[in-house]
Design a protein around this ligand. Structure first.
Ligand SMILES: *[C@@H]1O[C@H](CO)[C@@H](O)[C@H](O)[C@H]1NC(C)=O
Ligand SMILES: *[C@@H]1O[C@H](CO)[C@@H](O)[C@H](O)[C@H]1NC(C)=O
Ligand SMILES: *[C@@H]1O[C@H](CO)[C@@H](O)[C@H](O)[C@H]1NC(C)=O
Length: 557
């Protein structure tokens, strides 16, 4: 792959800054491989969610023209209130990872800039959108012939650019949206309940005319409260009693990190889960500086923020620790990898989020290693050849690859004559742990059987058996549990990685029976509380020397 001019310039800048010591040095090893896996899925991957049948539900928007994929059986969508009154193309697909094929799905109302989460039984619940879809709830079950069900008056408020999070009791909370300084639950306690609850924090973080409070970053803290971040501020929120439990300091520097100054955020891996005081940390990276959005509307594209801010949200008196990325990025996604590292991928080096206002695509992902010492956590990865601008997405697959889709930085499906054409190609980024040189240390799951979709109870002890072809370093084995996320607008809702506590490790359980390969057994403690791990489907990985096995699906109930 030929590096773009921009890439070359970046590398020159990086080398200069390393030479002058101006920025912390990323280990410029390059790493990971890109693969173009599908040259046309017909629609834009604006929203993506992996389900436990290894199929990815993808959708974009219903009211901005014809996609490149026809609906089956001559089916059309008729909506006389919209500009494209008869539309016989799909705006949602199911992508099957195993066969690398797509199946068109039917949506009636507009799902643009909406949110979602998977409920404990594995059904994707999608909430809101725009126009006729702003009060809608839609669901889709994981099955080879399933399609969307729409409930047109399911929501109590318009939810456009809202965030959804799964709760410890399996319900979902839907927070904010344009001009909505409130939240609501799904399902409602009573069928007819039409209640929203005020959240003044969203009003306080709303810069009039720019907003900067949309798609708030929401994480379930280990104490059962919600960490909510918007603009450059954060609170800990008791959603049951509608009380702000704690106001965190704002990120130093006053620059906004939420849409349209779109940075990204992750809850870092949770570990030592049997400790009565589990610690939780949030990492927020990139975004666009104050004023960038307005300037970009006038054709001036400011450089994106090159800082990350990390906060121990369980600390009684925490403060943000600032870190510097190899370079600035806006509209990037932050993906938790099975080994606990974080991948920053997609996005641009200048401008802001919105139609046509991002510039200088960033083709290189960064790997962030949370446990390395500060200033040596970032590692530059190999570049893709495809810009992934506004409305691009990324999610982790069960096999450890990261699926990358989308990019439609302007209105309508313009495939040519525009700076960044509408992008229908799917790629995967394979982190370096997938390289063949690690085959000897890669764990292979033996038990639970990979296809078993084992159901687990809270606090149970789970026996796991795995093999490695080469030498096993027994002290470098960990077992992780990852909640697949709903990704849109650079935020992965419900993304969560738990490092399970080992209760017992036995090497070579079957010594003597198996000749060339030894089987190792670890017993791990499944979290005891749904505050740590809300109920639902997770991917379970065995990680050996930072190299993960393929994931297996488990259901925690
Ligand atoms: C998709 O794009 C191809 C290539 O431009 C074109 O031939 C085809 O007709 C398009 N299909 C639809 C349904 O738009
Ligand atoms: C899962 O729950 C939803 C409602 O919460 C329901 O609509 C759906 O049919 C259920 N799916 C299965 C597979 O039970
Ligand atoms: C994009 O597509 C729309 C709708 O087809 C059209 O009106 C507009 O001129 C196109 N823009 C460009 C730059 O081609």
């Amino acid at each position: 792959m030929t590096p773009s001019l921009f890439t070359i310039i970046l590398l020159i800048i990086l080398n200069v800054s390393i030479a002058t010591g101006a920025t912390p040095s990323p280990e410029i090893s390059g790493g990971g491989q890109w693969q173009l896996i599908h040259d046309n899925i017909g629609i834009v991957g604006m929203h993506m969610q992996l389900l436990h049948n290894d199929r990815v539900i993808i959708y974009d928007r219903t009211n901005f023209g014809y996609s490149n994929l026809s609906l089956p059986n001559g089916r059309c969508r008729i909506n006389l209130r919209e500009r494209f009154k008869t539309d016989c193309t799909a705006h949602s697909v199911e992508y099957d990872v195993a066969s690398n094929t797509v199946r068109p799905l039917f949506l009636q109302t507009d799902v643009w800039c909406s949110s979602g989460a998977v409920n404990p039984n594995g059904t994707l619940i999608q909430t809101g959108g725009s126009g006729a879809g702003e009060f809608s709830i839609r669901s889709i079950n994981p099955c080879p012939t399933c399609d969307w069900h729409e409930f047109n008056h399911g929501l109590a408020a318009r939810r456009w650019y809202a965030t959804t999070h799964i709760l410890p009791d399996g319900r979902q909370i839907i927070i904010g949206g344009r001009k909505e300084f409130n939240y609501e639950f799904y399902p409602k306690k009573q069928r007819a309940e039409k209640i929203t609850y005020r959240l003044p924090f969203l009003e306080q973080t709303n810069n009039k005319g720019v907003e900067n409070n949309l798609y708030p970053f929401v994480f379930l803290n280990v104490d059962g409260h919600l960490f909510i971040f918007a603009n450059n501020r954060a609170i800990l929120f008791d959603y049951n009693n509608n009380v702000v439990v704690k106001t965190y300091p704002s990120i130093p520097g006053q620059d906004p990190r939420s849409f349209p100054s779109t940075g990204s955020a992750v809850l870092l891996p949770l570990r030592n889960l049997q400790n009565p005081s589990v610690e939780a940390e949030v990492l927020i990276c990139g975004g666009a500086p104050k004023g960038s959005y307005q300037l970009s509307l006038h054709g001036k594209f400011m450089r994106a923020l090159n800082t990350c801010a990390r906060l121990k949200i369980t600390d009684p008196n925490p403060s943000w620790i600032m870190e510097t990325m190899p370079f600035g990025r806006v509209m990037s996604d932050m993906i938790l990898l099975p080994n606990g590292n974080v991948l920053l991928i997609n996005g641009a080096a200048s401008g802001a989020a919105g139609w046509n206002i991002g510039r200088n695509p960033i083709l290189h992902p960064f790997l962030y290693k949370p446990n390395h010492v500060i200033n040596s956590r970032f590692q530059l990865q190999n570049p893709s050849g495809i810009p992934r601008m506004y409305h691009s997405t990324a999610i982790l697959l069960r096999d450890g690859r990261v699926l990358v889709a989308g990019s439609n930085p302007h209105e309508y499906y313009n495939f040519s004559n525009v700076l960044f054409p509408t992008e229908l190609r799917l790629e995967t980024f394979s982190p370096s742990y997938l390289e063949p040189q690690f085959n000897d240390i890669r764990p292979i799951m033996v038990y639970p059987a990979p296809q078993s979709q084992t159901r687990l109870r809270y606090a149970q002890i789970l026996k796991i058996q795995f093999q490695v072809k080469g030498t096993l370093a027994i002290d470098s084995v960990s077992v992780t549990m990852l909640a697949p996320s709903f990704n849109t607008h650079s935020f992965s809702m419900n993304q969560r990685l738990l490092v399970l506590d080992h209760v017992k490790t036995t090497n070579n359980v079957y010594a003597g029976q198996l000749t060339s390969t030894s089987t190792c057994q670890v017993e791990v403690a499944i979290p005891c509380s749904s505050n740590l791990a809300p109920p639902g489907y997770y991917l379970l990985f065995v990680v050996h020397q930072e190299v993960p096995s393929e994931g297996i699906w488990i259901q925690l109930l």
